[in-house]
Write a protein that binds this ligand. Structure first.
Ligand SMILES: [Mn+2]
Length: 273
């Protein structure tokens, strides 16, 4: 199964991606299949991906950033994962493991790769409560109107790691319906791509165990297979989100830094904040 990442032209995300792929290869072997779906136009960045040996699928998103809210536009890259079933380079992949670039692999993924969730598998997110102002959301597709009742509020699934059953999403125009839902409702939801997945797919999402997506600030992180720098990024030292730099954060940051060259470490040190 391919591990898929998405990237636009935000420079720090390239560094995150490099470590994600280096740690993937450390855990799964040098030939672990991966793909970077790239929505930008930066030749230097493409060169960097090439030097790193990361295969790239250049992709023009269906969800046009120009049609999004200001917050959506600022975070446009996060919506790319919603379109993986439409990426031509993945047309023959029945399942993929999508991961944010801010993850870091620590242990084998074999058990995760063996799972076959009916639609998608995602782990729980503990810091984002499930809440919404709407009883239902609607959208139009091919002249018809559809209503999506909001799922019963239990918890929110994190979109940082998602095992997508792409074949299922391509059946019965499900992904087309989802795109129509996203385009119409991005302005009505709270938490970007994650809310769109949670609200549209609701109970069709299969829960993954916490070890497949664990933030460093949770105590359980020590035994996680995939660490997700959800919240403060590994180089963070400033006051922003300082309350989440607890438990294993410092140690996981150090482990993350070990994947960098001296030059990269110097670059990262200048970001701080
Ligand atoms: Mn993330």
């Amino acid at each position: 199964m391919k591990t898929v990442f998405c990237l636009d032209d935000k420079r720090p995300y390239l560094m995150l991606l490099k470590v994600a792929v280096r740690s993937l290869r450390a855990v799964q072997g040098e030939d672990a299949p991966c793909l970077c779906v790239y929505a930008g136009q930066d030749a230097a960045l493409l060169e960097a991906l090439d030097r790193e040996g990361i295969p790239v699928a250049r992709y023009r998103p269906r969800i046009d950033p120009a049609g999004l809210t200001p917050l959506g536009q600022a975070c446009a890259g996060c919506f790319l994962k919603l379109e993986l079933a439409l990426v031509p380079e993945l047309a023959h992949d029945s399942h993929v493991l999508y991961c944010d670039t801010d993850v870091f692999f620590r242990r084998s993924l074999q058990e995760l790769f063996a799972l076959r969730p009916p639609y998608m598998g995602m782990a729980r997110e503990y810091t984002a409560p499930f809440c919404h102002e709407h009883q239902s959301l609607s959208y139009r597709y091919r002249g018809e109107s559809y209503t999506v009742p909001m799922p019963f509020p239990i918890w929110t699934f994190s979109s940082g790691v998602a095992l997508f059953h792409l074949e299922k999403l391509r059946q019965r125009e499900l992904v087309e319906h989802f795109m129509a839902f996203c385009q119409e409702n991005e302005s009505r939801i709270g938490n970007l791509d994650q809310s769109l997945l949670n609200y549209f797919f609701g109970k069709r999402i299969t829960r993954l165990e916490d070890r497949w997506n664990c933030p460093p600030y949770r105590q359980e992180c020590d035994t996680a297979h995939i660490v997700h720098f959800h919240g403060p990024k590994p180089w963070a030292t400033g006051p922003d989100l300082a309350d989440l730099r607890i438990n294993h954060f410092e140690r996981m940051s150090r482990l993350w830094m070990e994947y960098l060259t001296d030059e990269e470490r110097a670059e990262v040190a200048a970001w701080q904040g």
